[in-house]
Design a protein around this ligand. Structure first.
Ligand code: AMP
Ligand code: GLY
Length: 433
């Protein structure tokens, strides 16, 4: 174990980064912690720097000024834009440990077509698909006409979570296809479109942390993406999460490891794709069998708000082991306690919503962890500054008791338009094992 304290710069400013900052600060080996840009909550754990995650020159200056040892990349955009390659290609920065893959590795998330081809090459179970561009546009229309319904269309590139359409009719699918390719709805991100089979099942999120050859699995989680209770209404960034996931039993997780996690990590290694960091497997369980819906090259949000609290190990130590290629020496311990998080959002979200609403009541809560997402400081106040505002996480002997605590505290927090789902974890009434 290294004795030198590590100065860390954590990129991002959401609930995920607030939870990661909390976890890093729990480590004896964490030196100075900086966040760029952070939010009102991350001030409790470190120093916020007003630098956006895409400002590589600003990030470089901050790394040098603050003698950064570890650059921890929270969101996908800087990874897909090549922050790893930027750091490793710069004489003054290349000694810095980057938590996150190379630009090529980030293609697992940055290009749906890349990830589908990768899965095909390595025999990793996923929905059947074809990809289309302007060059074979008409063929795509014919493919849609013959496809079973619903049919799934995905913009190839990053589209801020809006690039997936599940079309219930052929007409709707063709319209979405036209908008993506001909109207360039998402710019270059939709110049290529993946059309795939709809899978029916129950989703979960599995997280591996890899040094490029070895890996450890973090606690799995389930998030609740829809705005409305009973999983209805529009998709959001995530309205809550639970961990562990009751249906991710030993048999199922065994299949996930042997058919998905290991072939992915071995595939990256065999293809010489540099990858040190998190792989988020967005999975679906169909008749007991796991399939990949998507890969992400980072942790999930709000999953991180339950995964980090359930990770017993020292995260800085794990990062140092990652750097040395020695994650095989780490035995991950998952807390026996369950965790549940409830996301408080702005009224109107995921549509238009107001910002700058003064938040009150956070000081009245007890027994929960408050992970800020879209919050900012205004004078002496903490105000809302985003759609997803605050994650209230609690531990419990089971999912239900964890969530009961989160709901008790969520009810004490107020701002104009506050909304949260009252039914996170609703399908798991029985205590988890
Ligand atoms: P993605 O951005 O690929 O994760 O897709 C967003 C959401 O769309 C997923 O979390 C699923 O709920 C849904 N989805 C994506 N692909 C499929 C599929 N092939 N079958 C069923 N649902 C899907
Ligand atoms: N919760 C899903 C995601 O982070 O993409």
């Amino acid at each position: 174990m290294s004795s030198k304290k590590q100065n860390i710069l954590l990129l991002g400013g959401g609930g995920r980064e607030c939870a990661i900052a909390w976890k890093l600060k729990n480590s004896e080996q964490c030196g100075n912690l900086y966040l760029s840009p952070g939010n009102a909550g991350t001030r409790e754990h470190g120093t916020n720097l007003p630098i956006s995650v895409g400002d590589f020159a600003g990030i470089k200056s901050a790394c040098l000024e603050h003698s950064i040892d570890i650059l921890f990349v929270g969101p996908e955009d800087p990874l897909v834009a090549g922050i790893w390659d930027f750091v490793k290609g710069d004489e003054a920065l290349k000694h810095i440990i980057v938590v996150g893959p190379s630009k090529e590795g980030a293609q697992l998330e940055g290009s749906k077509a890349f990830s589908k081809k990768f899965m095909e090459r390595h025999n990793i179970p996923t929905a059947a698909y074809r990809e289309f561009t302007a060059d074979n546009y008409a063929e795509g229309e014919e493919y849609i006409k013959k496809h079973s319904l619903p049919v799934v269309l995905k913009a190839d590139g990053l589209a801020a979570g809006k690039g997936v359409v599940i079309a219930e009719s052929t007409g709707e699918a063709i319209e979405a296809y036209r908008a993506m390719i001909q109207d360039r709805q998402f710019g270059d991100a939709s110049s290529k479109v993946v059309i795939e089979q709809f899978l029916t099942g129950i989703e979960l999120s599995v997280f591996a942390f890899t040094d490029g050859s070895n890996y450890v699995l973090l606690p799995e989680a389930k998030d609740y993406k829809r705005i409305g209770e009973g999983d209805t209404g529009l998709n959001t960034g995530g309205m809550g999460a639970i961990s562990p996931v009751p249906f991710a039993d030993k048999t199922f997780m065994g299949k996930v490891i042997s058919r998905i996690v290991e072939p992915t990590i071995n595939g990256l290694k065999a293809e010489k794709i540099t990858y040190q960091g998190f792989i988020f497997f967005g999975l679906i369980k169909v008749n007991g069998e796991p399939y990949v819906i998507e890969y992400n090259c980072r942790m999930g949000d709000p999953e991180t708000e339950v995964v980090m609290p359930r990770l017993v190990n020292d995260l800085v130590d794990m990062i140092l082991k990652m750097q040395e290629g020695k994650l095989n020496e780490v035995t991950v311990q998952h807390s026996k306690q369950a965790a549940g998080t409830v996301m408080l959002v702005s009224g109107g979200y995921p549509g238009d919503y107001a910002k700058g609403k003064v938040m009150t009541g956070m000081d009245k809560t007890s027994g929960s962890l408050l992970f800020h997402a879209g919050t900012a400081v205004k004078g002496d106040d903490v105000v809302t500054s985003g759609g997803r505002v605050l994650a209230v996480t609690s531990y419990g002997d089971n999912i239900k008791s964890a969530l009961a605590k989160s709901y008790e505290n969520a009810a004490l927090i107020n701002y104009e338009g506050v909304y949260y789902r009252k039914d996170i974890g609703w399908e798991f009434e029985t205590p988890n094992p």
